[in-house]
Structures are given as C-alpha cells and as structure tokens.
Design a protein around this ligand. Structure first.
Ligand SMILES: C[S@@+](CC[C@H](N)C(=O)[O-])C[C@H]1O[C@@H](n2cnc3c(N)ncnc32)[C@H](O)[C@@H]1O
Length: 301
C-alpha cells in the first residue's frame, strides 16, 4: 500500500518549480508597462535586459514570501545557531559580525534582519529569535550590498534608507565580478577586508561561478566566515530526480533572471581556496526528493 501522504508531497515538490515559473510569467504585463513608463525601450526589446527586468518585478512580489519561508533557517544561520544543517537553540558557531558583504542583495529583503545585528541595535526582544546575539558579539559595523539588477538595486537603496541602516549599508550596483574594479562603481573593496560574506539564494544567479566565488574568497579575511543558504544541484534522491531537475532547468533560468538549478555550489566553494572549516549540509527538515534542495552552513577561511 503506497504512503499517499508521501506520494502527494513528492508530486507537490515536482510541480512546485512550474508554479513558481507561472507566477513569473504572470508578471510579464507589469514588466512591459513598467519599462514603457520608464521609457526603457531598449530593455523592452533586449532578451537579456527584459529577462532581468522581469525578475526584478517578479522578485518584488514573490521575494517576501520566499523570505518568510527561509527565515526559520537563515536567521539562526546568521546568529551562529546552525550546525550540520540543524538549527540549535544555542549558539554553536560564529554570529555574523564586522564588515559584511551581502552577495546578490536583491531588493533588500533581509535588510530588516541585518538591522537587528547592527551595533547598538535594540536587542532586548528575545521573542524575535535574536537571543544570544549580544552575548556572542555578533555586531555588524559596515555592509556592502552587491546587486547588479538596476530595479533591485534601486529598491535596495530605498529599503536600507527606510529601515535606517543607510549610514552603514553601501549599495554596490554592479555584479560581483566587478566589485574590485574601481572604474565600474564608485568604490573598491580591498582583498582581505571582509569579515563575513552572506549569500542567500544568489550563487545560483552569478555568472562564471567558479571564477567569481574565487574572487569573493579573496575578499574574505583569513578567519573570516561565509554564510551560505543556497539551492543546489540534486545530489541525493536518485538519477531520475537529477534528470528532472535538468529538464526544469531548460526553462527555469528564463523566468528566474538567469538562476541555474543544477550548480554544484559546495564543490565551487570548496575549490575557491583552503578553508579551516566547512560546515555545509542539507537542512535537516528537507526531504530527499526536493527538486530544489538546499545547502546551509558556514565556511571559515
Ligand atoms: C534569487 S535572488 C535573491 C536575492 C536576495 N538574496 C534575497 O534573498 O531576496 C538572486 C540575486 O542575485 C543577483 N545577481 C545576479 N547576478 C549577480 C552578480 N553577477 N553578482 C551579484 N549578484 C547577482 C540577482 O540580481 C538577484 O537579486
């Protein structure tokens, strides 16, 4: 007798990416109207430009839901309460602190969470899940938010202002491949100057991941921490699931701003350079038949 609850859950997971893509598809009219309103006719008729604009519009509505679902893992990760893919009650690793680089910051969905880590932030409320932060010294003093999508970068700038962290948060409106190029933006991030890198669902979207993850590695101080929450290539769940993921990936990047489903991000991270410690695992509560399995954890340089 099949376990119908599991069968239903498997089907939901298989259909999930198509539901996500259809929501993006439904944002095409709003994207067209937005581009016409902003007189961006060139983007309207450019395949890659339109794809980027569509993602910016889509993520503005869908991103908050994705964040709500991810918060139960990402907030503990930033607090140093995740190890081996398991969320612990107490601090078991290093909370995010110092000079932080957020890769692919999008429209600033996580800015409110970062605001609660900043120095002198009011941390009296233990109900928000940020307990133990002060006692472990998880204080952010400076942030760079790297975001090349012009729609998202503009929203990010506004969001950090609205939240009141624009004094410590600098928007870097270029791709990660250009952060060390002072001609591409109004600044430069020196190698070895970053205490913590935070990447939330973004290494799937950057170009040339092997090369650019190495570039990020160079920016990190020795002893610095890299906080990872990424969806990755299927590595358990069988050959058929892997093939299905590759099939979905034929269409997925066009509706999701170039996001790639089948990246072996852990391999790319490990290949970036030597790490003292790599703690990456699939979140303990995720089933093996996820079409979008995740890896969560911290790498210590
Ligand atoms: C799925 S979104 C996640 C955004 C954000 N981290 C969040 O959780 O809401 C992926 C982000 O990566 C950004 N991205 C794409 N190419 C990039 C690049 N070359 N460098 C940095 N970020 C990039 C996209 O513009 C997009 O905002």
């Amino acid at each position: 007798m099949p376990d119908w609850a599991t069968v239903k859950d498997v089907l939901v997971h298989l259909i999930d990416p198509w539901a996500f893509m259809s929501i993006s598809f439904a944002h095409i009219p709003a994207t067209v109207v937005g581009l016409i309103h902003d007189r961006k006719y060139r983007t309207l008729f450019s395949f890659s430009g339109f794809r980027e604009a569509l993602f910016g519009t889509f993520w503005a509505t869908v991103g908050p839901n994705v964040k709500t679902n991810a918060e139960q893992r990402v907030i503990p990760l930033l607090q140093g309460r995740v190890k081996g893919g398991i969320v612990h009650d107490d601090v078991v690793s290093t909370p995010v602190h110092g000079t932080v680089l957020e890769v692919g910051a999008g429209s600033g969905m996580w800015a409110d969470v970062f605001a609660r880590f900043r120095e002198n932030a009011d941390d009296t409320d233990s109900a928000d899940g940020l307990r133990n932060r002060k006692s472990t010294g998880g204080h952010i003093t400076k942030m760079y938010g790297v975001e090349p999508n012009p729609i998202s970068a503009k929203a990010l700038q506004q969001r950090v202002k609205d939240i009141g962290i624009d004094d410590i948060y600098q928007v870097v409106p270029v791709g990660i491949e250009s952060v060390d190029d002072s001609t591409a933006w109004d600044g430069k991030i020196e190698p070895g100057s970053i205490d913590c890198i935070v990447g939330i669902l973004c290494l799937c979207s950057i170009p040339e991941p092997e090369k650019n993850i190495k570039l990020l590695y160079r920016l990190l101080k020795p002893g610095g921490h890299w906080y990872v929450y990424e969806h990755v290539k299927v590595w358990r769940g069988g050959l058929l699931l892997g093939l299905y993921q590759r099939f979905v990936n034929l269409i997925w990047p066009h509706f999701l701003g170039g996001c790639e489903l089948c990246r072996d991000t852990e391999k790319n991270l490990r290949a970036a350079g030597p790490f003292q410690e790599v703690d990456l695992a699939q979140p303990a509560d995720q089933p093996s038949y996820q079409v979008l399995p995740h890896k969560i954890g911290i790498l210590t340089k």
